[in-house]
Each structure stands twice: as structure tokens, then as C-alpha cells.
Design a protein around this ligand. Structure first.
Ligand code: UD1
Length: 419
């Protein structure tokens, strides 16, 4: 099993280019099930989850081709797809469930594995299923699979999401594009990746408009157009590298970012004392030696993202004073804390709240990665730890960070992949 060896103590300075967003690429790829026309997706990140989605679509018969060198995916589905997504592919990537809505909308039946829980919580899909039922689908759960069917196609409906869910908003939004009549979705997630999905869907001919802050109206269509789409940048990757630079007192130029969609993160980092200068298509990050403590709670967009919670916590271990973190999105997202404590961090946890005591010296240790964002937070901790850090189970990291060792070593870090 591959591991990372990180020798701490180096500044992260230089230039990093941010990749396309994984969380935008995945729903866009799932939505291509709807169309028989040629589609080209560019700026895709070459990460394991994207490869898994390409494999999943290929397995159901999609004529899909990933060009890793040019970071492009072309799709031209000419024949009927199979409506079956297996457990093998869904067990490693929950976003595989995003094929349920489009398969059902296009073919009237779908058998998709239940994705199951994961380290950060039980992660049910009840909201996805309730919305599809409201659109007329008949849904059964059998042997770990969702078996869905609808006699004369999905019907438009009014559905209010009982809680804000990124995945459910995406799945139902895509399905509604092929439902009969009008669908009104309320209490939708507003993440920039959803906005990017909407831009893509509109380009292929879907009729979607925002009618209120969290309200979408979709009018079903039955034919679609060909298009090319460049995926939005990965704001979580950008936030991670800003933190890497701030942690190590480096000076970093980060290309291919747009701070407009990162206000919550940027405001918080500035409050801590991180200097972020905004240029046209890049930013410059530098920071004072003495960072301040802050309090933060994770929220759906435009709030502070749960996907940056573990990384900001590492920065808090180095700032002056006590910081507080409240995790509101996932029930079990403090998995990184026990590993950070083994490195010398002083963090108290009570339920979904953490208290981080700052100005701690971190020491290298042998660590276990538990999920994608926890893994990257341990890489960050390794960058400022004394001695050597060994990070095991880095397949989690490879799911979502493109060339992380190369990007960091090019900026001064000492990281090696041990096979
Ligand atoms: C997406 C992101 C993930 C991010 C998360 C929250 C992708 C591929 N993944 O995950 O990186 O951390 O948004 O920003 O884009 N819930 C239910 N029932 C449901 C659906 C969700 O109870 O049917 C709950 C979840 O357990 C969780 C909360 O709603 O507590 C939010 O989850 P959701 O927004 O759906 O996350 P994902 O789409 O899985």
C-alpha cells in the first residue's frame, strides 16, 4: 500500500496552478447520461474519483474517453445505456449515486447500488429517493440496491428539500430536465459546483432558472444539444494550498482561482492574519508570523465549507489563542483530530464542537488517513512538523487531489511517495 513521507520545516513558496473541480466534474459527467449528442468536458482534474465515474459510465455502455494528458473527457452516447450501477464502483465513491436520477429520467428504470456509509458519517440518500418518488417513481430497496422505475416517465413536481443537500439537489435537478412539465425545487444547495452543473445543463439545452435564493424551476425537455464545457476551478484545493502557504510562512502565487466564490474562507483566513492579494486570475498569499485564533462553523454554501474544516484546524494549532470549530454538516468529521493529537496538537472535542489550543509544536509521526479531507490535513500538519511524518492509506488523498506531491515539492516541500 502506498504511503507518503513528509519531512517538515520547509516554506511553501512558488507557484501552484489549481485544477478543475472534482465536485463539479462528477455531476456533470453523470448528467451526460441524458444526451446522445457529442459533449466535451475540459479542465477535468485527473483524480481517482473522476476516473471511477468514467469507469462507471463506461460500464453502463457510455462511449466515454478520458484524455489524461489534455485533461479532457469526450462523450458521445449513440446507443441505449444499461441501467445498472454496481456496488463495486459505488463503494469507493458515493457520488456514483448521481447516475440514479438521469438513468431513471431517461430510461424509466434504474438499479443502482446504495452507496453505504463512510468514515465521516452514515450519509443516507433518503432525500434523493423521496424527491424521485414525488416525481412518480416507484422505489424499492433490495439486496443493497435501489431499484427504481416509473411507468410513463418522471413527472414535474414541487419538492422542498427537507435539509440542504448538494448531491440530492444535483440528482433531482438533472432528473427534472427530462421530466414531463415543470419542476419547482425549494431549499436547494447553492454550491458553485451546482452553478457550474447548471451552466453545463443549459448549454446542452436544458431549461433551468433560479426563481428565488434557493428556488429552482426546471421545464422538462426531450432533446438536447452538443456542447463543450470548461469545468470551474476547485475551490477546496485552492483553500488547501492557501493554508499550506500560511502555515509555513511561505509566499505563494496561486493561479486559476476566483476569490468571489470563496468569500467565507478568505474572510476567515484574513481574520487570522493571512495576507491574500487578489489579482486578475491569480492570488498572492503570504502571512504574518503571529496568526490569530478564530471561531468557525461549517455551513452550506455560501457558509464556510465542511471540506476545509480539517485543514483550517491545522492552521489553528499554530495560531495564538484558542480557536473553536463547530461542524454542522457531517456527524463524524473530526477523524483527523486523534491523529493531530498524536502529533502533539491540543484539541478538545465535545459532540460536534472542537476547541483548538494554539501555538503547539507538532512532531512527525506515523499516521493513518481516514477520508479525503482528513488526509490532506495530515499532509499539511506534516509540512510544519519536526522530523518525518509517514501517512498511510493515501488512496483517500488520490481520490481528490491532483498531483499533490508534485505541486507541493515544486514549492519547496520534501514529500516522497513510498511504494
Ligand atoms: C457533497 C460533496 C462533499 C461535501 C458535501 C457537503 C460532492 C461529490 N461531494 O457531498 O465533498 O462535503 O457535499 O458540502 O460534491 N443527507 C441526508 N439525506 C440525503 C442526502 C444528504 O440526510 O439524502 C445529509 C448528509 O448525511 C449530510 C448533509 O445532508 O449530513 C449534507 O450532505 P450532502 O450535501 O448531500 O453531501 P454530498 O452531496 O454527499
Amino acid at each position: 500500500m502506498q504511503r507518503l513521507e513528509i519531512k517538515g520545516g520547509r516554506k511553501i513558496s512558488g507557484i501552484i496552478e489549481i485544477s478543475g473541480s472534482k465536485n463539479a466534474t462528477l455531476p456533470i459527467l453523470a448528467s451526460t447520461i441524458l444526451t446522445n449528442k457529442k459533449v466535451l468536458i475540459t479542465n477535468v482534474p485527473i483524480v481517482r474519483d473522476v476516473e471511477t465515474m468514467v469507469e462507471l459510465l463506461g460500464a453502463i455502455g457510455s462511449n466515454i474517453n478520458l484524455d489524461k494528458k489534455r485533461k479532457k473527457i469526450s462523450i458521445h452516447n449513440k446507443k441505449k445505456l444499461r441501467n445498472f450501477a454496481s456496488y463495486r464502483l459505488l463503494k469507493t465513491m458515493r457520488a456514483g449515486v448521481l447516475v440514479l436520477g438521469p438513468l431513471l429520467a431517461k430510461y424509466g428504470t434504474a438499479k443502482v447500488s446504495l452507496p453505504g456509509g463512510c468514515a465521516i458519517g452514515s450519509r443516507p440518500i433518503n432525500i434523493h429517493l423521496d424527491a424521485l418518488k414525488k416525481m412518480g417513481a416507484n422505489i424499492k430497496i433490495k439486496d443493497g440496491y435501489v431499484i427504481a422505475s416509473v411507468k410513463k416517465g418522471l413527472k414535474g413536481c414541487i419538492f422542498k428539500f427537507p435539509r440542504i443537500s448538494v448531491g440530492a439537489t444535483e440528482n433531482i435537478l438533472i432528473a427534472a430536465c427530462f421530466a414531463k412539465g415543470k419542476t419547482e425545487l425549494k431549499n436547494c444547495a447553492l454550491e458553485p459546483e451546482i452553478q457550474d452543473l447548471i451552466i453545463f445543463l443549459k448549454k446542452i439545452g436544458c431549461k433551468i432558472k433560479w426563481t428565488g435564493k434557493r428556488a429552482l424551476e426546471i421545464i422538462g425537455v426531450d432533446t438536447l444539444k452538443s456542447t463543450t464545457h470548461k469545468v470551474i476551478f476547485d475551490r477546496i484545493e485552492a483553500g488547501t494550498y492557501i493554508i499550506a502557504s500560511a502555515l509555513t510562512n511561505g509566499r505563494l502565487k496561486i493561479k486559476n482561482v476566483n476569490l468571489k466564490i470563496m468569500s467565507a474562507e478568505i474572510n476567515l483566513l484574513r481574520k487570522m492574519g493571512v495576507k491574500i492579494i487578489n489579482k486578475k486570475n491569480y492570488i498572492i498569499v503570504s502571512s504574518k508570523k503571529k496568526l490569530k485564533s478564530v471561531n468557525v462553523e461549517t455551513k452550506p454554501y455560501p457558509g464556510f465549507p465542511t471540506d476545509l474544516q480539517a485543514q483550517i484546524m491545522v492552521l489553528m494549532t499554530k495560531s495564538y489563542g484558542i480557536s473553536k470549530v463547530k461542524e454542522n454538516i457531517f456527524e463524524n468529521r473530526f477523524m483527523h483530530v486523534s491523529e493531530l493529537r498524536r502529533m502533539g496538537a491540543n484539541i478538545e472535542i465535545k459532540g460536534n464542537k472542537a476547541k483548538v489550543f494554539g501555538k503547539r509544536k507538532l512532531n512527525g509521526a506515523e499516521l493513518m488517513a481516514t477520508d479525503l479531507r482528513a488526509s490532506v490535513s495530515l499532509v499539511l500538519a506534516g509540512l510544519v512538523a519536526s522530523n518525518k511524518t509517514i501517512l498511510n492509506r493515501i488512496y483517500h488523498l488520490d481520490r481528490g487531489y491532483e498531483k499533490i506531491e508534485k505541486k507541493l515539492t515544486d514549492c519547496g516541500a520534501r514529500i516522497k511517495r513510498l511504494k
